[in-house]
Design a protein around this ligand. Structure first.
Ligand SMILES: [Ca+2]
Ligand SMILES: [Ca+2]
Ligand SMILES: [Ca+2]
Length: 217
Protein backbone atom coordinates (compact mmCIF):
# COMPACT_ATOMS: atom_id res chain seq x y z
CA UNK A 1 0.00 0.00 0.00
CA UNK A 2 2.96 2.33 0.44
CA UNK A 3 2.91 5.13 -2.07
CA UNK A 4 -0.70 4.65 -3.01
CA UNK A 5 -2.53 7.94 -3.15
CA UNK A 6 -6.07 8.95 -3.83
CA UNK A 7 -4.73 10.69 -6.89
CA UNK A 8 -3.36 7.44 -8.30
CA UNK A 9 -6.60 5.58 -7.92
CA UNK A 10 -8.89 8.45 -8.77
CA UNK A 11 -7.63 11.01 -11.26
CA UNK A 12 -9.44 14.33 -11.00
CA UNK A 13 -12.30 14.72 -13.47
CA UNK A 14 -11.23 16.15 -16.83
CA UNK A 15 -12.94 19.17 -18.25
CA UNK A 16 -15.90 17.80 -20.18
CA UNK A 17 -15.91 17.54 -23.94
CA UNK A 18 -19.15 17.31 -25.83
CA UNK A 19 -19.07 13.54 -25.74
CA UNK A 20 -18.32 13.44 -22.04
CA UNK A 21 -20.82 16.05 -20.96
CA UNK A 22 -23.10 13.41 -19.48
CA UNK A 23 -21.96 11.89 -16.18
CA UNK A 24 -20.94 8.30 -16.47
CA UNK A 25 -23.67 6.12 -15.06
CA UNK A 26 -26.32 8.74 -15.59
CA UNK A 27 -29.47 7.40 -17.14
CA UNK A 28 -31.49 9.77 -19.27
CA UNK A 29 -34.76 10.72 -17.66
CA UNK A 30 -33.52 10.19 -14.10
CA UNK A 31 -32.72 12.64 -11.33
CA UNK A 32 -29.58 11.89 -9.32
CA UNK A 33 -29.07 12.73 -5.66
CA UNK A 34 -26.04 12.11 -3.44
CA UNK A 35 -26.87 11.87 0.25
CA UNK A 36 -24.58 13.77 2.65
CA UNK A 37 -22.70 10.47 3.11
CA UNK A 38 -22.31 10.04 -0.65
CA UNK A 39 -24.97 7.40 -1.30
CA UNK A 40 -26.65 7.69 -4.69
CA UNK A 41 -30.43 7.90 -5.01
CA UNK A 42 -32.26 8.16 -8.31
CA UNK A 43 -35.82 8.79 -9.35
CA UNK A 44 -37.61 9.32 -12.65
CA UNK A 45 -37.81 12.96 -13.73
CA UNK A 46 -41.59 12.71 -13.49
CA UNK A 47 -41.31 12.12 -9.74
CA UNK A 48 -40.10 14.29 -6.87
CA UNK A 49 -36.37 14.98 -6.74
CA UNK A 50 -34.81 12.08 -4.78
CA UNK A 51 -33.76 14.06 -1.69
CA UNK A 52 -37.09 12.82 -0.33
CA UNK A 53 -36.16 9.18 -1.05
CA UNK A 54 -33.03 9.41 1.09
CA UNK A 55 -34.80 11.43 3.76
CA UNK A 56 -37.73 9.08 4.27
CA UNK A 57 -35.41 6.08 4.43
CA UNK A 58 -33.23 7.73 7.08
CA UNK A 59 -36.23 8.97 9.09
CA UNK A 60 -36.73 5.65 10.82
CA UNK A 61 -39.39 6.83 13.28
CA UNK A 62 -41.18 8.63 10.41
CA UNK A 63 -41.77 11.83 12.37
CA UNK A 64 -40.79 14.03 9.43
CA UNK A 65 -37.40 15.04 10.89
CA UNK A 66 -33.94 13.51 11.04
CA UNK A 67 -32.50 13.46 14.53
CA UNK A 68 -28.73 13.32 15.03
CA UNK A 69 -29.10 9.64 15.86
CA UNK A 70 -31.05 8.88 12.68
CA UNK A 71 -28.60 10.88 10.56
CA UNK A 72 -25.64 9.04 12.11
CA UNK A 73 -27.30 5.63 11.78
CA UNK A 74 -27.92 6.30 8.08
CA UNK A 75 -24.27 7.36 7.61
CA UNK A 76 -22.96 4.27 9.41
CA UNK A 77 -25.25 2.01 7.38
CA UNK A 78 -23.71 3.40 4.20
CA UNK A 79 -20.18 3.22 5.67
CA UNK A 80 -20.76 -0.54 6.06
CA UNK A 81 -21.83 -0.75 2.40
CA UNK A 82 -18.59 0.89 1.22
CA UNK A 83 -16.45 -1.02 3.77
CA UNK A 84 -16.73 -4.28 1.87
CA UNK A 85 -14.44 -6.35 4.12
CA UNK A 86 -16.05 -4.98 7.28
CA UNK A 87 -12.80 -3.95 9.02
CA UNK A 88 -14.24 -0.51 9.91
CA UNK A 89 -11.83 1.22 7.54
CA UNK A 90 -12.58 2.37 4.00
CA UNK A 91 -9.39 1.58 2.10
CA UNK A 92 -8.18 3.05 -1.19
CA UNK A 93 -9.51 -0.01 -3.00
CA UNK A 94 -12.89 0.23 -1.32
CA UNK A 95 -13.04 3.93 -2.17
CA UNK A 96 -12.13 3.10 -5.75
CA UNK A 97 -14.96 0.58 -5.94
CA UNK A 98 -17.28 3.22 -4.50
CA UNK A 99 -16.38 5.61 -7.32
CA UNK A 100 -16.56 3.04 -10.08
CA UNK A 101 -19.52 0.91 -9.03
CA UNK A 102 -21.65 2.72 -6.46
CA UNK A 103 -21.30 6.33 -7.59
CA UNK A 104 -19.94 6.58 -11.15
CA UNK A 105 -21.74 9.92 -11.57
CA UNK A 106 -18.94 11.36 -9.45
CA UNK A 107 -16.58 11.21 -12.43
CA UNK A 108 -18.72 13.19 -14.85
CA UNK A 109 -20.21 16.61 -15.35
CA UNK A 110 -23.93 17.20 -15.67
CA UNK A 111 -24.74 19.71 -18.43
CA UNK A 112 -27.71 20.90 -16.33
CA UNK A 113 -25.55 22.13 -13.47
CA UNK A 114 -24.89 25.83 -13.84
CA UNK A 115 -21.18 26.44 -13.30
CA UNK A 116 -19.83 29.61 -11.72
CA UNK A 117 -18.18 32.12 -14.02
CA UNK A 118 -15.12 34.27 -13.54
CA UNK A 119 -15.88 36.94 -11.01
CA UNK A 120 -13.81 39.71 -9.58
CA UNK A 121 -13.19 39.43 -5.87
CA UNK A 122 -15.19 41.99 -3.98
CA UNK A 123 -12.37 43.05 -1.66
CA UNK A 124 -9.80 43.32 -4.40
CA UNK A 125 -8.51 46.85 -4.71
CA UNK A 126 -5.93 46.05 -7.33
CA UNK A 127 -6.90 46.50 -10.94
CA UNK A 128 -4.53 44.06 -12.63
CA UNK A 129 -6.23 41.44 -14.77
CA UNK A 130 -4.85 38.60 -12.65
CA UNK A 131 -7.00 39.73 -9.73
CA UNK A 132 -9.85 37.93 -11.45
CA UNK A 133 -10.61 35.08 -9.09
CA UNK A 134 -11.69 31.79 -10.54
CA UNK A 135 -14.47 30.16 -8.63
CA UNK A 136 -14.01 26.44 -8.44
CA UNK A 137 -16.19 24.30 -10.65
CA UNK A 138 -19.04 22.45 -9.02
CA UNK A 139 -17.83 18.93 -9.58
CA UNK A 140 -18.23 15.31 -8.59
CA UNK A 141 -20.82 14.56 -5.94
CA UNK A 142 -21.26 18.28 -5.23
CA UNK A 143 -23.37 18.54 -8.38
CA UNK A 144 -25.97 16.28 -6.82
CA UNK A 145 -25.49 16.98 -3.13
CA UNK A 146 -26.72 19.24 -0.34
CA UNK A 147 -23.09 19.89 0.59
CA UNK A 148 -20.23 21.17 -1.57
CA UNK A 149 -18.09 18.03 -1.28
CA UNK A 150 -16.92 16.61 -4.63
CA UNK A 151 -15.96 13.28 -3.03
CA UNK A 152 -17.69 12.55 0.30
CA UNK A 153 -15.54 9.54 1.20
CA UNK A 154 -12.24 11.33 0.64
CA UNK A 155 -13.62 14.43 2.39
CA UNK A 156 -13.83 12.39 5.60
CA UNK A 157 -10.12 11.46 5.50
CA UNK A 158 -9.00 14.01 8.06
CA UNK A 159 -5.38 12.90 8.39
CA UNK A 160 -4.89 12.28 4.64
CA UNK A 161 -3.64 8.72 5.01
CA UNK A 162 -5.91 7.52 2.20
CA UNK A 163 -8.06 5.51 4.56
CA UNK A 164 -11.26 6.53 6.29
CA UNK A 165 -11.74 5.07 9.74
CA UNK A 166 -15.12 4.76 11.41
CA UNK A 167 -14.06 7.49 13.83
CA UNK A 168 -13.25 9.84 10.96
CA UNK A 169 -16.58 8.97 9.38
CA UNK A 170 -18.48 9.82 12.56
CA UNK A 171 -16.66 13.16 12.81
CA UNK A 172 -17.47 13.97 9.18
CA UNK A 173 -21.09 12.98 9.75
CA UNK A 174 -21.35 15.26 12.78
CA UNK A 175 -19.90 18.17 10.78
CA UNK A 176 -22.37 17.48 7.96
CA UNK A 177 -25.30 17.44 10.34
CA UNK A 178 -24.22 20.74 11.92
CA UNK A 179 -23.84 22.31 8.48
CA UNK A 180 -27.30 21.20 7.34
CA UNK A 181 -29.11 22.04 10.57
CA UNK A 182 -29.42 25.66 9.62
CA UNK A 183 -31.90 26.63 12.33
CA UNK A 184 -29.81 24.79 14.96
CA UNK A 185 -32.73 22.92 16.52
CA UNK A 186 -30.91 19.59 16.54
CA UNK A 187 -32.94 18.03 13.76
CA UNK A 188 -33.15 18.21 10.00
CA UNK A 189 -36.40 18.83 8.19
CA UNK A 190 -36.88 18.64 4.44
CA UNK A 191 -37.80 22.31 4.19
CA UNK A 192 -34.49 23.50 5.66
CA UNK A 193 -32.38 21.47 3.26
CA UNK A 194 -30.92 23.34 0.29
CA UNK A 195 -31.57 22.35 -3.30
CA UNK A 196 -28.76 20.55 -5.09
CA UNK A 197 -27.14 22.22 -8.13
CA UNK A 198 -28.69 19.57 -10.40
CA UNK A 199 -32.10 20.08 -8.80
CA UNK A 200 -31.83 23.83 -9.48
CA UNK A 201 -30.84 23.05 -13.08
CA UNK A 202 -33.74 20.66 -13.56
CA UNK A 203 -36.20 23.18 -12.17
CA UNK A 204 -34.81 25.93 -14.40
CA UNK A 205 -35.18 23.67 -17.44
CA UNK A 206 -38.75 22.75 -16.49
CA UNK A 207 -39.63 26.42 -16.01
CA UNK A 208 -38.07 27.28 -19.38
CA UNK A 209 -40.04 24.53 -21.10
CA UNK A 210 -43.27 25.68 -19.48
CA UNK A 211 -42.57 29.22 -20.70
CA UNK A 212 -41.93 27.97 -24.24
CA UNK A 213 -45.17 26.00 -24.16
CA UNK A 214 -47.15 29.06 -23.08
CA UNK A 215 -45.54 31.05 -25.87
CA UNK A 216 -46.49 28.36 -28.36
CA UNK A 217 -50.15 28.62 -27.53
CA1 LIG B 1 -37.08 11.08 12.72
CA1 LIG C 1 -12.45 -2.01 4.77
CA1 LIG D 1 -32.95 21.87 11.92
Amino acid sequence: MAGTTWAQIAPPPKAPTTEEAVPSGRVAGQSVFFSPSGEVFKSPLSEAYPTALWFSGADTDQDGALSREEFLADALRFFAVVDVDGNKIISSQENSRYEQELAPEILGFSPLVKQPTYRKRENDKATEPWTQAYQARIQGAAQFSLINEPQPIRAADRNFDFRVTEDEWIKATTARFNLLDRNKDGKLTLDELPKTPLQIGLEARAAERAKQQRKGK
